[in-house]
Design a protein around this ligand. Structure first.
Ligand SMILES: CC(=O)N[C@@H]([C@@H](O)[C@H](O)[C@H](O)CO)[C@@H](O)CC(=O)C(=O)O
Length: 329
């Protein structure tokens, strides 16, 4: 299944991770098994229909922490294999409660030729200080010494509230492979200070709250990782282009439009299950149900989301593929 040279013999990718990064969904069958058969089609959809060429695998959206270690390895391999010569970068989230498991996944990511690894803070027995968290991350990063390392900051889910700004202070002395931050939090003071205090570094600052991306771009975000880029990648890329051209008014129009959709679904109850249902609807690729403890999105949710997407002109009726509703009944 491995189709790329091993990373131990490769230098870091020359290009900094930037632009949109889709936090991939892990497609599943109705029986709850991973549906590897649609991943090739999923890659093509992201690249051709959404203009998204970077992915973040086995993260929150990918239900990475709900998969077994063996499943995580297989999912990572499938994305790397199917993304070869099509995707720019494949970053694998290898965070786990067990340091050993995290190291095993990091090493595996290097072996299969992934472009980077990311790690969340362990969230059951938690690190309570910056130094302890750094020690954990350092041990994981050391298992893949040739891969760029990203810290995945998502305090609302991990419960680890150590500020990213504090963590980044001197981080490369401890973790030489550190290349950036995936910041999934709404604290723009913390995010802005991460950028401001590390201007001399070439770090990637990847923002993870899709509905607030424009504000983060103003603060210096160099890219974004998120669930909505699976199906709103094209729209968000238009916002990025407007921002690049310094057409802030147009960029704001795009952001507001995206916010209208996210605001609508958040009020209905929005999470990974709903992301699976929306992606099935928009792409026509069956994403299947989520794994317990998550519950499948209701038919009512999907119908409302579909109506909203149409009213915002995010898809024409022709964009809806046959059978696209099957996973949301
Ligand atoms: C809590 C959560 O799932 N946040 C999403 C966002 O993309 C989020 O779905 C979006 O901003 C809508 O609220 C991402 O930050 C998660 C992510 O990047 C991942 O799946 O690893």
């Amino acid at each position: 299944m491995f189709s790329r040279p091993t990373s131990s013999s490769m230098a870091f990718p020359k290009k900094k991770l930037q632009g949109l990064v889709a936090a991939t969904i892990t497609p599943m069958t109705e029986n709850g098994e991973i549906n590897f058969s649609v991943i090739g089609q999923y890659v093509d959809y992201l690249v051709k229909e959404q203009g998204v060429k970077n992915i973040f695998v086995n993260g929150t959206t990918g239900e990475g922490l709900s998969l077994s270690i063996s499943e995580r390895r297989q999912v990572a391999e499938e994305w790397v294999t199917k993304g070869k010569d099509k995707l720019d970068q494949v970053v694998i989230h290898v965070g786990a409660l067990s340091l050993k498991e995290s190291q095993e996944l990091a090493q595996h990511a290097a072996e299969i030729g992934a472009d980077g690894i990311a790690v969340i803070a362990p969230f059951f027995l938690k690190p309570w200080t910056k130094d302890i968290l750094i020690n954990f991350l350092k041990e994981v990063a050391a298992a893949a010494p040739a891969l760029p390392f990203y810290y995945y900051h998502i305090p609302a889910l991990t419960g680890v509230k150590i500020r990213a700004e504090e963590l980044l202070d001197g981080i490369q002395d401890k973790i030489p492979t550190f290349r950036g931050l995936k910041f999934s939090d709404t604290d723009l003071l913390d995010f802005g200070q991460c950028v401001d205090q590390n201007r001399q570094q070439q770090f990637a600052f990847l923002f993870g709250v899709d509905e607030q991306l424009l504000s983060a771009l103003v603060m210096g975000a160099t890219g974004a990782v998120g669930s909505t880029y699976n199906y709103l990648g094209k729209k968000t890329n238009q916002m990025l282009e407007a921002f690049e051209r310094k057409d802030l008014s147009l960029a704001l129009n795009y952001q507001f439009c995206i916010q209208r959709f996210i605001n609508f679904v958040v009020k209905l109850g929005f999470g990974v299950s709903q992301t699976k249902a929306i992606m099935t609807l928009v792409s026509g690729i069956p994403m299947g149900p989520p794994r317990l403890p998550l519950q499948k999105a209701s038919r009512e949710f999907t119908d409302s989301a579909e109506a909203k997407l149409k009213s915002l002109d995010f898809l024409s009726f022709a964009d809806l593929k046959d059978g696209s509703l099957e996973a949301s009944s």
